[in-house]
Design a protein around this ligand. Structure first.
Ligand code: AHR
Length: 320
C-alpha cells in the first residue's frame, strides 16, 4: 500500500489532500471475469478509461471465466500491496478465504456488477444493478405486451451460479407469477455468450416443433439474445414478431436488432461501474468514511419506441 493511502487510512486522521492528488498515487488491481459479452468488454474499457482519467495505476487481470484465476489474481494484488482491489466475481460462492486475506492485509475490496455469498464486512462496497428488478422489468414488459394471449417462454440463463443468472431468473418468475397464460417452457444456461445463446436456442427450437410453439425468448443478456435471433432466422422464423425477444444490457447490437424489427425490449445495465467505485474509494481513503454497502445502478427499459437507431449510434463507439 502506498504511503499516502496508509496515511489516509490511519484512524480518524484527516489529511488535507485533494481527491485528485490522492487518486494520482493509487494503485488498484482489477480482477475482471473475462470477455464473454459486449457488455463485459465495455465495462473493461470504461474502467481502464476512468482509471487513466484519475491518474490511477490500474493493474488488470483477465480471469478467462475461471474463479480460480480470479483468486490467483487477487492473491497477486495482495502480494504487490495495491491500495485497493476491484473484482467482478464470476460466481457467487467461494470467496470467503481470499477476501479475508485482503481484509487482513487492510486492502479494501470493491465488488463490481455481481455479488458474492460472503460476509458483508469482507468488502467495502458493491456497485451493481438490482438484478432481481432487471428480471421483473423484463417480465412485466412481456406480460403487458402479450396481455391475455397464451405465451410459452424459453429462457436463456447466464453463467450458472452467478448472481445475475440467479436474480434475473427470480425477478422474471416473480413478474409472470400472476399471469397464468405466460409460462417458462424451457430454461437452460447460455453462459452469457452469443455462441452458446445460439446453440441453446437451436435446441429449444428443435424441441418446440420447429419454434412454432415458442412465443418469446427471455435472455439474461443481449449477447445470448443476439445469438438466439440468428437461430430463429436460421429456422425460417421472424425474431421480433414470430418469437418476441426480451433481454438485458442495452448493448449497441441489440439496438441494431431492434431497429431491424428483430428484438423487442432490453433493460439497460450501465458499464460504468468504475466511476462510482473510484468515487467511493477516493472518499474512503480521504476521510475514512465508509460508503453505502450497496450502490445500485439504474435499470431502464428500452423498446423500439426509444429510437433504437439513435441508441445504436450513441453507444457503438463506447467499447462494447
Ligand atoms: O454481471 C453482468 C452481466 O455479465 C452482464 O449482463 C452480462 O452481459 C455479463 O456477462
Amino acid at each position: 500500500m502506498s504511503v499516502l493511502s496508509r496515511l489516509a487510512l490511519s484512524a480518524g486522521v484527516s489529511i488535507l489532500l485533494s481527491t485528485t492528488a490522492m487518486a494520482a498515487n493509487l494503485t488498484v488491481g482489477f480482477s475482471q471475469i473475462g470477455s464473454e459479452s459486449g457488455w463485459r468488454a465495455a465495462e473493461t474499457s470504461v474502467t481502464k478509461a476512468e482509471a487513466e482519467k484519475r491518474g490511477i495505476d490500474l493493474k488488470f487481470a483477465d480471469a478467462q471465466q475461471k474463479q480460480e484465476n480470479q483468486i490467483k489474481a487477487i492473491r497477486g494484488f495482495i502480494a504487490q500491496g495495491v491500495d485497493a482491489i476491484l473484482v467482478a466475481p464470476v460466481v457467487a460462492t467461494g470467496w470467503e478465504a481470499v477476501l479475508g486475506e485482503a481484509k487482513d492485509a487492510k486492502i479494501p475490496v470493491i465488488l463490481l456488477d455481481r455479488g458474492v455469498d460472503a460476509s458483508q464486512d469482507l468488502y467495502l462496497t458493491s456497485i451493481a444493478s438490482d438484478q432481481v428488478e432487471e428480471g421483473r422489468v423484463a417480465g412485466r414488459w412481456l406480460t403487458e405486451t402479450v396481455k391475455d394471449k397464451d405465451c410459452k417462454v424459453v429462457e436463456l440463463q447466464g453463467t450458472v451460479g452467478s448472481t445475475p443468472a440467479i436474480n434475473r431468473k427470480k425477478g422474471f418468475e416473480e413478474a409472470i407469477a400472476d399471469h397464468k397464460n405466460v409460462t417458462i417452457a424451457r430454461s437452460q444456461t447460455g453462459d452469457f455468450t452469443r455462441s452458446k445463446g445460439k446453440e441453446v436456442m437451436e435446441g429449444f427450437i428443435k424441441a418446440e416443433n420447429g419454434g412454432k410453439g415458442i412465443c418469446a425468448v427471455y435472455a439474461h443478456n443481449d449477447d445470448m439474445a443476439v445469438g438466439a435471433i440468428q437461430a430463429i432466422k436460421d429456422a425460417g422464423l421472424k425474431p421480433g414478431s414470430d418469437i418476441l425477444v426480451v433481454s438485458i444490457d442495452a448493448v449497441p447490437d441489440i439496438f441494431a436488432a431492434m431497429a431491424a424489427g428483430e428484438a423487442n425490449a432490453t433493460v439497460e445495465l450501465t458499464p460504468n461501474m468504475a466511476g462510482p467505485a473510484f468515487d467511493a474509494l477516493e472518499a474512503y481513503l480521504k476521510d475514512g468514511k465508509e460508503p453505502a454497502k450497496f450502490i445500485i445502478t439504474e435499470s431502464k427499459l428500452y423498446t423500439p419506441a426509444d429510437n433504437p437507431k439513435g441508441e445504436y449510434e450513441a453507444r457503438k463507439g463506447l467499447g462494447y
